[in-house]
Each structure stands twice: as C-alpha cells, then as structure tokens.
Write a protein that binds this ligand. Structure first.
Ligand code: TRP
Length: 457
C-alpha cells in the first residue's frame, strides 16, 4: 500500500470552513426531519433529550471526527489509518473512516431524492400550483409526483448534477464559492419564513407544542430517535466532518468551531419548527403527520394564505439550498478518495461519484414509486428498500459509527496527540475525554440494549 500522500487544498479562511461545515450539518434533517420527529415524539420532552444528546455526545464526537481529519489530512479512511498508526494502533481502525463514508453514501442515496422533492415543490410553489387547492388536490399532487419514477429520477438527477459540478470545481473554486452565498441566503430565507409564520400563523400554539415537555409521550424509541438524529443532523459518522477537518487551516480551534457548528445547527432546527408549526396549527393541520408533514401538509396552508405563492416557493427553495450544501460535503469525501487513491482528476472523480450516487438513488426512487421489487417484509412488517435504508442508516449505522469513533479517539489515539489537536483548557479537554471515553459509548450501548429488549428501565 502506498504511503505517499496527496497534497490537499485548504479552506482559505476559518470562516469558509465554518460556513461549509455548518452547511454540511444544516440540511433536510433540520427543516424536514426535526419538526416531524419532534411532532411524533412528544414535542418539548423530545427536544430536551435531543439537546442533551447534542451536548454530551454530538459535540464531543464531532470534535473527534474533525480531529482525525486535522491530524491525518486525508480522506476519512486513510486519515483514520494514519492517526491510528501514529499512536501505535492497528491500521484496521481505518474502519472508523470507511464505515462512515459508506454510511454517508447510503444516506446521500435517499437524501438526493428528498432534495428532488423539494426542488419539484419549489417549482410547484412559484407556479401557483398550491393556490386554493384542497387537501385532496394537494395530496394528489404529491401522489402524482411519486407515482412517476421518471419524474423523481429527473428531479433528483438535477440535484446530483448540480452537486457534482460544484464539487468538481474544487475546494476553493467550487465548495467555498458556493457556500459563501448559499449559507447567508439560507439564513435570510429562514428568517423571512419565521416572520411570515408569526404574522399569519398561531405562534403561541406552536411554542407550547415545541417547548412544553410532556414526558408521557416520550418512549425509549424516542430516545433512540433523538440520539440517531443528533448524529444525522450534525452529519456525524458520515465521513463528512473528517473530510472537512482535513482542509482545516492550521491554528483553527477545534472546540470553538465544533460548538459553533452544533449551536448553529440547533438554532436552524428550532427556527424551522418556529416557521412551520404556527402555520400547521393556524390551519388545523396534524402536527404528527410524519415525513409528509412538509410536502403534504404545509402546501395546503400556503395555498390559502396571503402571499402563499411566493412564500411557498421560497420555503421549498430554502430546503433545496439546505440540502445542496449537505450533499456537497458527502460527494467531496468520495472525490477526495478517488483523487488520492486512484489518481483521478477532480472533475472526473466528481462525475463518477455523482453517477454512482444517482444509480444508488434509484432504489429509493422505485421504493417511492411503488415498484414491486423494492417491497420487503421484515419481522412481519411491510416496508420498502427506502424504509430499510432510512432506518438502518439513521438508527443503526450512525450510532455504531459514532461509537467506533468515540472508542477509537478515546482509547486508541494517544493522549498527547489528542491534547495537542484539541489545544484547549484542561477543563474542556477533560470534559471532552470523559464524554468520548464513557458518556457517549455507555449511552449508545444502553439505548441499543433497551431497544433490543435485553434490559429494561
Ligand atoms: N446533516 C444532514 C442534514 O441534517 C444530513 C446528513 C447526515 C447527510 N449525513 C449525511 C447528508 C451524509 C448527506 C450525506 O440534513
């Protein structure tokens, strides 16, 4: 195996890194998923558990992943191997990197399809296709889109193509330039939507729902969902943070940037809830509507609200932007790997990665359009390949990947290496170390045991 390393580009500033990494974290998870899983799992109580997961597990694991990249300076698997060997550990720890990249790839394969929905809805919204539609008509719009494999393929293909071209242009010319305007645009759009919801929605009902902790509605499964979502929303255990960490300019604080990213990500998720729920309540819609909340429920409201054509379009545009900045991050790690290991040129590598993602996305496309070959019965439940992908990645692969990362950085990597990379006060270092050595592994294992029925609390 060759040990020579490819020299990488670096972010031109700390700001660029933070925008790109925040963009990687903020995505459909914040705007599409967080509001509906919160709705399904008891609102405020779920939010509290989720905050605890972010603080005690999410931030420490994010620091660990960025650390691997910052020390190794390669695509995730190679970085993890180098860091391990440097500490006298086994090269097999490269699993921390490649398992993450594999998870990220699988996530991206359905992520681009949801992003494709958002793109289609941006078009529908601006074209006035929600205006004065009844719930039944909105529902048939959604069904119509989903019944057609070809349409889904085209919308998600457009998402993949955009991502591929941007990443192909390089770290500075592609990624940086695009996030430099996409992230501010995303924030402006979000604030506009919050303003719109406070004008035309039922804000008190929304705030009560989101922040009133009703623990009777929270199950152990809800705790697992919160844990899995902490990983999902921060783009952990997907190879992404390690990849972006590899381009970190020297002297950038791991602690400060990770906290900043996690805080921004959480703020966006909460604001998304504050933009969506007032509209849901004011229009008598169902808050626990699940994955269809945004696509099946919200357009009904936009269709009857003042300025709904513009704001409906803008809402879905915001979703597209959020999804693109996350998709970029993932394609970057496979591009970097192909360039480092297979001698590809960047654009070639981007096109190959994009094509693979698009082909993989077809399993989700055909699951949604109802093709027979995607239907599977598991433990007596009927599901689809998309259902299995979503469940396995979010609820199994992400926590397992996080567990491996915590164990690797907490026990295998030498203390001197982590101390130097984290470069912070003794108290913060100790807090981090306790979290990765004890809190995160124990919490992850307990939640798994509880769910598998081996222990019960
Ligand atoms: N963090 C992203 C979001 O909240 C989701 C995500 C996690 C992701 N891992 C990923 C997206 C890998 C693409 C690829 O939306």
């Amino acid at each position: 195996m060759s040990t020579d390393t490819v020299k990488h580009e670096q972010w031109s500033s700390r700001m660029s890194y933070m925008l790109a990494a925040t963009g990687a974290a903020v995505g459909l998870g914040n705007i599409w998923k967080f509001p509906y899983i919160m709705g399904e799992n008891g609102g405020g109580a779920f939010v509290l558990v989720y905050f605890a997961c972010i603080l005690l597990i999410g931030i420490p694991v994010m620091m660990s992943e960025v650390l691997i990249g910052k020390v190794g300076r390669q695509a995730p698997a190679r970085s993890a191997r180098l860091v391990s060997q440097q500490s006298g550990g086994s090269g097999k720890w490269s699993i921390v990197g490649w398992f993450g990249s594999l998870t990220g790839f699988l996530i991206l394969s359905f992520y681009v399809v949801i992003a494709g929905w958002a793109l289609a809805y941006t078009y529908y919204g601006f074209n006035g296709m929600f205006t004065d539609q009844t719930a039944v008509q909105i529902d048939s719009l959604f069904r119509g889109l989903n019944a057609s494999g070809a349409e889904l393929m085209a919308w998600s293909g457009a998402v993949v193509l955009t991502t591929t071209l941007v990443v192909g242009l390089g770290v500075k010319d592609g990624l940086e330039r695009s996030v430099n305007w996409m992230m501010p645009a995303l924030f402006v759009l979000l604030l506009v939507m919050v303003g719109y919801a406070s004008q035309h929605g039922d804000m008190p009902a929304a705030l009560k729902f989101m922040f009133n902790a009703d623990f009777s509605k929270l199950s152990w499964n809800g705790v697992l969902v919160a844990l899995g979502h902490a990983f999902f929303t921060l783009s952990l255990a997907s190879g992404i943070m390690t990849m972006y960490g590899a381009y970190l300019p020297a002297g950038t604080s791991l602690v400060k940037t990770s906290i900043y990213i996690a805080v921004m990500d959480t703020v966006v998720a909460i604001l998304a809830g504050i933009a969506i729920y007032p509209i849901v309540f004011a229009n008598g819609l169902e808050p626990g509507a699940g994955p269809g909340l945004i696509f099946q429920t919200l357009p009904i409201a936009f269709g009857s609200m003042p300025g709904g054509q513009i704001f409906g379009g803008l809402f879905f545009l915001m979703l597209v932007v959020a999804a693109l900045t996350s998709a970029l991050a993932l394609i970057e790690s496979s591009v970097a790997w192909l360039v480092e290991n297979r001698g590809f040129k960047r654009m070639q590598a981007a096109v190959v990665s994009g094509a693979v993602i698009w082909l993989l996305s077809l399993t989700t496309v055909f699951s949604i359009s109802g093709a027979e070959w995607t239907k599977i019965t598991l433990f007596g439940n009927e599901t689809t390949m998309f259902g299995i992908l979503d469940f396995t990645t979010s609820n199994i692969m992400l926590p397992v990947g996080g567990l491996l990362t915590a164990l690797f950085v907490g026990y295998v990597v030498k203390r001197s290496v982590t101390e130097q990379a984290i470069d912070s006060s003794a108290a913060i270092y100790t807090f981090w170390r306790v979290c990765v050595r004890y809190v995160a592994p124990i919490a992850i294992v307990l939640v798994f045991l509880q769910l598998s029925g081996l222990v019960s609390f």
